[in-house]
Design a protein around this ligand. Sequence first.
Ligand SMILES: [Zn+2]
Length: 207
Amino acid sequence: MNDYKSTIYHELGHCVGYILANKRYDTHLGKIAMELGVERNRVMLEESYYRDLDKVQESTKNIPRTIAWFIEVILGSLFQANYQKRNFKEIFAYHTDGGGTDLSNLLITRGKSSFNWHPNHIDDREGLQGDLNNLFPREFLIAAFDNIVDRINNEIVTHPKRQIDYSEERMDMLCEEISEHLDQRLFNQYTIIIDKWNSYFSARIKS
Ligand SMILES: [Zn+2]
């Protein structure tokens, strides 16, 4: 039997990034859609703040929201790495099946950013990735999400096309279910991380 659990953990990481961002008004990223299975795996945002390159300069003027987006981008590979007990940078790298697209989507915005950032600020141990890694250790992921991931995995392997495209209603339900495992302590830590990097990047606005 095929096992899509690593992929599902990866996509759930992106979902958690969006859910946390949407809890704050200043980092709100908006509604998401998800596709999971053999043909397509992705979590998409309806708003095109960081996807449409013409909007990136304006969108990155909101630094807290941009950090929330950075976090959402790396949480996919971070969840996958911790689930698989692998190194984050093995997954968040070019030519990988997991984080390659995420890395490109991130780097392509860099030239248009309203503030200066280096990839190390985001994907290194000393960067956002290191701060987030402490929040989502493997034991937490398994305890919080393994039942959900098993259920989705079963659904994919028994689906005739091995593909689930989530309707808006099902997506809302899934997000609610995930939210139940994101407690106030975790959200407070998330807020501390956003504030820390907001101070840092606010001093690097391009003139
Ligand atoms: Zn991803």
